[in-house]
Design a protein around this ligand. Structure first.
Ligand SMILES: [Zn+2]
Length: 717
């Protein structure tokens, strides 16, 4: 049962390019188990407890077949456990039903958490094949559980009596989450509607898998090979070095390769003086998943939207957005729209000013044609240099990966007393992956933290946090095992852009939400919270990167170890609101399209995804020189991840993080112990044990205000 909630909402948090293939809702255990050869079983590390310290995953001996076998057996075991609970003769109680369900599905949860992490971070053909096979089967498995009438009857009985059962606050919350989740997964449906609902879920799991695989494959197919100084015009040394390594790895020694990974193409667009090459790269980047070929995602999108709408209507909602937001902090699509519209107007005005600044540079250069989308990043970088005399190339030497890892740990030590010890005795799935043991201030073990930072062709683009094991105190203490995955261009040493460093902090904020979790029940653990709340602990963590306390200690030149000169710090601070019009408009356009798609109350057979996208962009007045941050055909957040009708959530969470970080600065101490304690108690350790608004108010002492967000983005007066 745990499996249901884990996959559907919590396990993986994305920033950047994509959400996860979060399949898994689930069914019928195929009963073809298991008198397979006993030898095979004995050899499968997933079928017994890991003998490694803290039960760490045995990455050195796991094969794709092991995952498949363990998920297979896990489904069978899980179904038997659930059946025992559902069909028990005894009257339903909290303990024999809800708490008992919390103890089920351990093998399946364990195997699939590991498997789906591998499918995103280190995939191959065998893994992709297993993923295609298991995604719909896991969905069917989850369906069978959440649509089991006997089980739901027990849950409903307990839910109806909940106020008389002498439950504590966490137990009461758990009962409410079970009831809500069952009804949202169709438990109240009957007859044909019930069957159709299950059918739709399985199909949606397959569609999301296909979408995600198309994205990985389409992104990997296109490269731009550069072979002369002429082609490299404008590119800084760090980018040249990364491009040379990428070319060499692909067998093109002596050339330079640009790929469609954000970490490669975005700096290329920023620096390349070759407008023709920028155009080629930009057009390929913007067209990912939209090339009318085997990896084209448009038909998958249309079918996904149609099925999501149909499923929501079966549950009594007008649209998928209404269904989704009913169980979020925002509550209604209108509340989300009100927010993005409030920010859109000042953002658009600011973007227009930015465009004017760019156009005056171009006019001075004698350009007589219109600014194009492949020009914006390049000229924005020029304006940045002119206005702040600040280039990303100047910053990179101060953001060395190892220093930034130390910095993210330092902040956790200051705020929460944590200690991190690197362990080189634990196996990893790729030689660049690192592992740390996390301890509290008393030296007690809290969990394990894995960091997989360097880009690889078989890793999904973007950055995310995920769990190999979630914290709970159900049956003794289960400590969390958490991973951060990023895709930065590796080097000797690895130097980060300022944005990469911010992403590192962001994902580590999610990691702490998993590591510091201190709840009894797995369903309420760590990041298992609403999509529009879950970014808050991640985004607030970014704020510490730019504090003098952190910069002076860790933003040090990788060769000289000199701290970043104060005047460079000043220019960096002054430039923070630079190009925020562009960044905000780019983001909000994707958020509008997401909400518009999912506000549809019916989706016709011949639904034209591209035309719909254009309509929305026209309605909001999207400038011609800009393209939305994620166009639908590669918008993994909403078609292959957990952010459907929820991309606005990043901005929603930003209200919370901007307002929340002010709680520290108002005290004059960015590590203020009392504020840190409340942040720990109500947010990082609390999982889903409280209503989200209540959790925020517990930390902040009042409801959030939108003003700090507008101020931070430079949209104040
Ligand atoms: Zn995030």
């Amino acid at each position: 049962m745990k499996a249901i909630w884990i996959y559907s909402s919590a396990a993986t948090l994305a920033l950047g390019a994509a959400g996860v293939t979060a399949p898994a809702h689930a069914t019928e255990a195929q009963s073809e188990t298991s008198d397979q050869s006993a030898a095979e079983t004995a050899a499968n590390p997933l079928l017994s407890e890991s003998p490694l310290p803290f039960g760490a995953p045995q990455f050195d001996s796991l094969t794709p077949q092991h995952y498949a076998e363990a998920m297979e057996r896990g489904m069978t075991e899980n179904m038997a456990e659930v059946q025992r609970i559902a069909n028990a003769e005894t009257a339903p109680t909290f303990d024999n039903t809800i708490a008992a369900m919390e103890g089920t599905g351990n093998l399946l949860t364990q195997a699939s958490l590991l498997f789906f992490n591998m499918a995103s971070a280190n995939t191959n053909d065998d893994i992709q094949e297993i993923q295609r096979e298991f995604a719909p089967r896991l969905a069917a498995h989850n369906n069978a559980i959440s649509l089991d009438p006997a089980l739901f009857e027990r849950v409903r009985t307990i839910y109806d009596q909940r106020d008389t059962l002498d439950l504590d606050a966490e137990q009461l919350r758990l009962v409410e989450r079970y009831y809500t989740s069952f009804t949202r997964q169709g438990a109240l449906l009957e007859g044909e509607a019930r069957e159709r609902f299950a059918e739709i879920n399985e199909r949606l799991a397959t569609l999301s898998t296909l979408f995600s695989q198309n994205m990985i494959n389409d992104t990997g197919q296109w490269t731009l090979l550069l072979d002369s100084e002429d082609d490299l015009a404008g590119l800084p040394d760090t980018l040249r070095a990364a491009a040379a390594r990428a070319a060499a790895d692909a067998g093109h020694e002596g050339q330079w390769m640009i790929t469609l990974q954000r970490s490669s193409v975005e700096p290329f667009l920023q620096f390349s003086e070759r407008r023709d090459l920028r155009r080629q790269a930009f057009e390929a980047w913007a067209a990912r998943g939209d090339n009318d070929d085997a990896e084209d995602n448009n038909a998958i999108i249309a079918e996904t939207l149609r099925l999501r709408t149909e499923r929501s209507r079966l549950l009594g909602y007008d649209s998928f957005a209404e269904f989704q937001l009913a169980d979020r902090m925002a509550r209604t699509p209108q509340a989300a729209r009100d927010l993005i519209e409030r920010v859109w107007t000042p953002a658009l005005a600011r973007a227009e000013e930015e465009r004017d600044a760019i156009n005056s540079i171009r006019a001075a250069e004698g350009a007589d044609d219109a600014l194009a989308p492949w020009d914006w990043r390049y000229y924005a970088e020029r304006v940045r240099q002119e206005r702040f005399n600040l280039s990303q190339a100047e910053l990179r030497p101060y953001f060395e990966l190892d220093n930034m890892i130390a910095a993210q740990f330092y902040v956790a030590e200051q705020l929460f007393g944590l200690q991190f010890e690197e362990r080189d005795d634990l196996p990893v799935y790729h030689p660049t992956v690192r592992v740390w043991e996390v301890k509290d201030s008393a030296g007690e073990h809290i969990g394990l933290f894995y960091g997989d930072y360097i880009a690889r062709p078989n890793k999904r683009s973007g950055a995310w946090m995920s769990s190999y094991r979630q914290q709970d105190n159900l049956d003794g203490e289960t400590t969390p095992i958490i991973v951060n995955v990023l895709s930065v261009s590796g080097g000797e040493p690895t130097l980060l852009s300022y944005n990469d460093a911010e992403t590192l902090f962001h994902e580590f904020g999610h990691a702490l939400h998993g590591l510091l979790s201190n709840v009894r029940y797995p369903t309420l653990s760590g990041t298992s919270v609403a999509t529009d709340f879950v970014e808050f602990p991640a985004q607030i963590y970014e704020h510490w990167l730019l504090t003098p306390e952190v910069l002076s200690r860790f933003a040090r030149h990788h060769e000289t170890d000199e701290p970043m000169p104060q005047e460079l710090v000043d220019r960096l601070m002054a430039s923070r609101t630079f190009n925020q019009g562009f960044a905000t408009v780019e983001f909000l356009a994707s958020a509008f399209v997401d909400l518009d798609f999912h506000d549809l109350t019916s989706v016709p057979e011949d639904f034209d995804v591209g035309a719909f996208e254009e309509q929305t962009l026209a309605r909001i007045g999207m400038p011609d020189e800009m393209v939305m941050r994620h166009r639908p055909p590669h918008f993994g957040h909403i078609f292959a991840g957990g952010y459907s009708a929820g991309y606005y959530a990043y901005l929603w969470s930003e209200i919370l993080d901007a307002d929340g970080f002010d709680a520290f600065t108002e005290t004059g101490n960015v590590f203020d112990p009392a504020t840190a304690e409340r942040l720990y108690r109500f947010v990082y350790s609390g999982g889903n044990t409280r209503d989200w608004t209540e959790a925020y108010v517990g930390f902040r002492g009042r409801e959030p205000s939108v003003e700090p967000l507008l101020r931070n983005r430079g949209f104040g007066d």
